[in-house]
Design a protein around this ligand. Structure first.
Ligand code: FPP
Length: 246
């Protein structure tokens, strides 16, 4: 059941494609990394907003498997920003009982980033509040591919029978195992695509697109997204009439 707050349904899981940092910086005549740095304030505000609303899981698409093809200087800047942000935000995460987790090919991150991230994950693991999931070196196709590899390995060993493979089993081999699919997926900056994010998990997500660039995204925009989510009729393949009789 989705929790209710102020007469609104609050999604258990919100996923966000944080987009528009580069354009935001360009508008100010600044370097792209300035946009990413400014995006951290939006991360803070939205994390706080989700915790206040009682959202259980917030997944932020922070670095995709495709982002490695950006200029090296920008990639390095993003990785340094990640380390710096974990360092500066860890006390606030602890204070607010936020549990930090991550999905993606984490072994593919630079050792310094991996170590810092692992330490923060370990330090926050007993926190019972919001689960803040950073998607790092993540893509939906990577996630499905790694799941297929493991499932096929098990099938060859005989520990999984091909006829036992169903949707629940596949979900259990994805990096989001145990986390409900996002009911709401937000993308900022006016782009309207999924960009290889949670491909399997977003099968029935409600999408909310906004022109607002990520560094400008705040709790009021989050609330507009939740209002829009509340206006949707989620039919899951059924008809409106069938829903009326539920
Ligand atoms: C997309 O904007 C943004 C990213 C690829 C990185 C997101 C990173 C942050 C918000 C900062 C740090 C985050 C954490 C969790 C510490 P873009 O560069 O694609 O913008 P553009 O489309 O305008 O060029």
């Amino acid at each position: 059941m989705i929790a209710k707050r102020d007469g609104r349904e609050i999604p258990k899981h919100i996923a966000v494609i944080m987009d528009g940092n580069g354009r935001w910086a360009k508008k100010q005549g600044a370097m792209r990394i300035f946009g990413h740095r400014s995006g951290v304030q939006a991360v803070r505000d939205i994390t706080e907003g989700c915790a206040e609303l009682g959202v259980d899981h917030l997944t932020l698409y922070a670095f995709s498997t495709e982002n490695w093809s950006r200029p090296q200087k920008e990639v390095d800047g993003l990785m340094n920003l990640l380390i710096k942000t974990i360092n500066s935000e860890l006390p606030t995460l602890m204070k607010n009982k936020v549990r930090l987790t991550a999905i993606g090919d984490l072994q593919g991150l630079a050792t310094g980033v991996y170590k810092k991230l692992s330490l923060a994950i370990d330090e926050t693991k007993l926190n019972k509040g919001l689960n803040l999931i950073l998607a790092l070196n993540y893509s939906g196709k990577w996630d499905l591919t790694q799941a297929f590899k493991v499932i096929c390995g098990e099938a060859i060993k005989g520990t999984i029978k091909p006829e036992a493979i169903d949707e629940d089993l596949v979900s259990n081999y994805l990096s989001t195992k145990g986390i409900p699919d996002p009911e709401l997926l937000i993308r900022t900056s006016g782009e309207m695509r999924i960009s290889n994010f949670l491909l399997w998990q977003s099968a029935y997500s409600e999408f909310f697109f906004t022109e607002v660039l990520w560094p400008d995204f705040r709790k009021k925009h989050l609330n507009l997204a939740i209002d829009s989510f509340n206006d949707r009729e989620r039919r899951f393949g059924k008809t409106s009439e069938q829903l009326d009789f539920q």
